[in-house]
Design a protein around this ligand. Structure first.
Ligand SMILES: Cc1ncc(COP(=O)(O)O)c(C=O)c1O
Length: 394
């Protein structure tokens, strides 16, 4: 299919991207038709069948396994290394809380992390006396691996960083950092919230230990879905923090004799019941991305649109692009001279151009998704003039 024809057929399947100038996939991706159809069908089935037959359990297990398989294909690992979660933050918590931390042990991270990673990090710092060493990376434009190397030492037990940062959209060298961390025996935990579905990811080639992803952003699935990868080393070393029947091996619990045997696979990090319509939507969206839209095309298109956005923004008077352009994909952060980012984002929303403002650095962030067009970016640039005049007038 020719590219423009392909984009039209993608847009035909995603009403939200026709409704607005939709440049905020970094927050939520638009749902494709197949996802909403699968969610409705699953809800109807639950309503009709009552969720209680043996077939319903088998169906639930099958659907969850299909979700793990889709994620494993995306990340380049085995389905047994994947646990389903509710969002990225769940996966990061499972990793960071999964160590029996001793006071004085160290965790290395960066100043570009989202609260979804900062929360678990500062929780173990407060709860167990873990020392947090934070690399100051600014916009992520400098020598990230060297900045991390200076902090990684004999007491480092874990390194936590984003693959693609939520604030400036910088791609961080997680493979290099993993090599440094492994030299001292530390586990590497990656926040993949902005990378999964926006850039190629191969967890084995990167050599990372944990890779946490959402379903609802670049993978265009429903809210309440996510997954996390564990390397074999991570599976060996990390303990369970939240545990339930879904964590157990068959006949793995004997309350009277007092034993508890978790599943041998990453599935042991799952706990209990899930919202099956959401999983059905996640599977349908990911299958559509893989089979119909095709990941290679997606990654290339996102990079192309990101570059186009940077070009247009950089050529606009008073706009400063904060994103390091030699290591970016579809997230672009910028400021506009004389315009408060929050007020500007609100003014753009009144013109039906949906971007967001972020706090560190205080700026505006656009996300270019594979379903966007150059025209969407042009409409943002046009609206920017007008919106900027509105907010600087007051
Ligand atoms: C880099 C990063 N990490 C974590 C999160 C939190 O994601 P979730 O809601 O999937 O836990 C976000 C959400 O914006 C993010 O951008």
């Amino acid at each position: 299919m020719e590219s423009s024809e392909k984009i039209q057929s993608i847009r035909a399947a995603m009403p939200a991207v026709r409704e607005h100038v939709y440049l905020n996939t970094g927050t939520f991706g638009p749902l494709p038709q197949v996802a909403i159809d699968a969610m409705r069908a699953e809800s109807d089935r639950e309503f009709r069948d009552g969720r209680i037959t043996t077939a319903s359990y088998e169906r639930a297990n099958d659907l969850k396994q299909r979700a793990r398989q889709e994620v494993a294909r995306l990340l380049g690992c085995r389905p047994e290394q994947i646990a389903l979660t509710r969002h990225t933050t769940d996966g990061i918590n499972l990793a960071v809380m999964g160590r029996n931390w001793q006071p004085g042990e160290e965790l290395v991270t960066t100043d570009m992390e989202h609260p979804g990673a900062q929360g678990p990090i500062f929780n173990v710092a407060r709860r167990y006396g873990v020392i947090v060493r934070t690399a100051r990376l600014g916009t992520g434009a400098g020598d990230v691996a060297s900045a991390m190397a200076r902090l990684i030492g004999p007491r480092t037990r874990m390194v936590v960083l984003s693959h693609l940062t939520w604030n400036t959209g910088a791609i961080l060298p997680v493979g290099d950092v993993a090599e440094l961390a492994h030299r001292v025996g530390a586990l590497v935990v990656v926040d993949g919230a902005q990378s999964a579905g926006s850039i190629p990811v191969d967890v084995a080639a990167l050599g990372v230990d944990v890779y946490a992803i959402p379903g609802q952003k670049w993978l265009c699935g429903p809210e309440g879905t996510g997954a996390v990868y564990f390397s074999d080393a991570a599976l060996d070393q990390l303990h369970l923090t939240v545990v339930g029947y879904a964590s157990l091996a068959p006949n793995g619990l004997e309350p009277i004799g007092g034993y508890f045997v978790p599943k041998p696979t990453a599935e042991r990090f799952e706990v209990g019941g899930v919202h099956l319509p959401a999983i059905a939507g996640q599977v349908a969206a990911m299958r559509w991305l893989r089979e119909e839209v095709e990941y290679d095309w997606i990654f290339q298109r996102i990079a192309e649109l990101g570059r186009y956005a940077v070009g247009r923004l950089a050529a606009t008077d008073g706009v400063a692009v904060l994103t390091p352009t030699d290591r970016m994909a579809g997230l672009v952060s910028f400021t506009v001279r004389g315009a408060d980012p929050q007020r500007l984002v609100e003014a753009l929303a009144r013109r039906d151009v949906i971007v967001r403002w972020i706090t560190h650095p205080y700026s505006i962030r656009l996300s270019a998704g594979f379903y966007n067009t150059e025209d969407d970016i042009d409409r943002l640039i046009d609206a920017l003039e007008d919106a900027r005049a509105e907010v600087s007038e007051r």
